[in-house]
Design a binder for this molecule. Sequence first.
Ligand code: SF4
Length: 290
Amino acid sequence: MSLKELEAKAIQRLKAFEPETEPYYLCYSGGKDSNVIRILADLAGVKHDIVHHHTTADAPETVRYVRSIPNIKISYPEKSMWQLIVDKGMPPTRLVRYCCYELKEREGQGRVKITGVRWAESNGRKESSDVVKIIGKPKTTQKYAKEIGAEYQVNRQQGLIMNDDNDKSRRMVEHCYRTTSTMVNPIVDWTDEDVWDFLKHYGCKSNPLYECGWNRIGCIGCPMAGNHRYTHFRIYPKYKNLYIHAFDRMIKKRLADGKETTLWKSGEECFKWWMEEDPDQITFDDLEGA
Ligand code: SF4
């Protein structure tokens, strides 16, 4: 498909699911995909609020870049990443990403969200997302889907995913979005090349971190960034210290709560383990019993 055809398809998807009574909730991370959906929403002429969730562990370049986006709404969390680590009693890991839920995904309930999710970037690919994804009250949503004959499949997260923008899918979204987390993913089938070509075509100046070799924009120290974290902490040593202090406080709180742990005795030890071992081997339950 040519870029123009991809663009037209994405615009058609955005128009198809536009809520009647309020603007879309456009999830803006500061990365390349969120710039694409921001431009597409303007091209489609759909009403939308552009919302960025500040995580407190964002790179300073991202914070400055996001502030430069016109009409952006920046949402600040009640608790910082460092406080969350203490409260949760374990560092965030690839499998236990409580930080994403608490810092990025909690708001926007009852709104139809536009996301920049793409198969090319997500591990679960087609099994976890499609053009529309609905999470929440699985029994109720499945029952309604059956009633109206909407085509869907259920994934591991108990979400319903639909791959087209026909009338039945539209009715599903209209019926469900107030009580579920409903996401429209207009560029789900775009490749990296499509994204960069599109941004170039529209003269979009991207987050400067891409010029420094980053290929994903996320928090510094994000467990999803794998070995790139070593580079991140070399460039931003202050954030390394913030994690170590948070882990120190986390261990103290665990001890105060009577939750002894043999895994780490200090923030430094915990940080080393977090970087070098496979933290996904443990769960909250393991920690409780440690
Ligand atoms: S981007 Fe990574 S570190 Fe940041 S909130 Fe999401 S999972 Fe957590």
